[in-house]
Design a protein around this ligand. Sequence first.
Ligand SMILES: NC(=O)c1ccc[n+]([C@@H]2O[C@H](COP(=O)([O-])OP(=O)(O)OC[C@H]3O[C@@H](n4cnc5c(N)ncnc54)[C@H](OP(=O)(O)O)[C@@H]3O)[C@@H](O)[C@H]2O)c1
Length: 248
Amino acid sequence: MKIGIIGVGHIGKTVAQKLSAAGHDVKVANSRGPETIEADVLSTGARAATATEAVSDAEVVILSIPLDRIPQIAPIIAGAPADAVVIDTSNYYPTRDEKTEAIEAGQVESLWVAEQLGRPIVKAWNAIGSGSLTHHGKPAGTPGRIAIPVAADDPKAREVGMKLVDDTGFDGFDAGTLAESWRQQPGNPCYCTDLTADEIPDALANADAERAPKRRDLAVAAIMERVGDPRTNPGPEWGVRLSRALFM
Ligand SMILES: NC(=O)c1ccc[n+]([C@@H]2O[C@H](COP(=O)([O-])OP(=O)(O)OC[C@H]3O[C@@H](n4cnc5c(N)ncnc54)[C@H](OP(=O)(O)O)[C@@H]3O)[C@@H](O)[C@H]2O)c1
């Protein structure tokens, strides 16, 4: 598929590498211009572009930027074909993002994103840590393969998201509609805990909207105590142990 990826940080870079390696035609963009995109992002065939170029003829647009930058990028996403599937990886972290009153008041993050963009989205790759995404992908059918929840209102768009998740080395798990996608937000049992498709249903059922934000903030505090820099992500083993202890 023709895929435009905006944001090539911890998550976007790995998604770009894996989807190019799987044979997709991938263009990648950041906020600073194609010349600033590092060579390893392009090592499996992705091409550097401006954000406008990346989305202009895309069948799928993947957004992997901090949630509070979504409004900035909305005019560019409006230039994507009307039938392009837009997949968003973002999560709200009030310690990183500008305070967003609607989300603080309980609006589901993916619905806020869709509202800012003025078009439906698919929510995917938000609930896996960058260490696991980079190192723990496996071929389809491997016992114990990690699953990633994928939510969307349009079943066909959700299918596209699940297929692309599969192409990155993980089982795409059908997590239902965007209204239910609060269950895969930070602080909930399926968030960054590397569960299999058999384990995700219980985790989604045990999500707790009231406690999740407190647990999310506890995890940030523990990561800061450990690594001391909010831009450094924990390695997969420690990160998953921490998420399991706090969120499950
Ligand atoms: N890190 C994780 O483990 C993880 C896991 C799951 C989901 N997520 C979520 O996925 C999203 C990305 O996270 P990340 O950790 O990959 O972030 P990151 O490492 O900080 O990278 C952010 C990327 O977004 C680009 N960007 C920022 N503003 C932009 C704009 N206005 N236009 C175009 N590009 C822009 C940045 O490009 P420039 O440097 O050029 O600005 C950079 O390439 C976040 O919402 C995060 O919560 C993260």
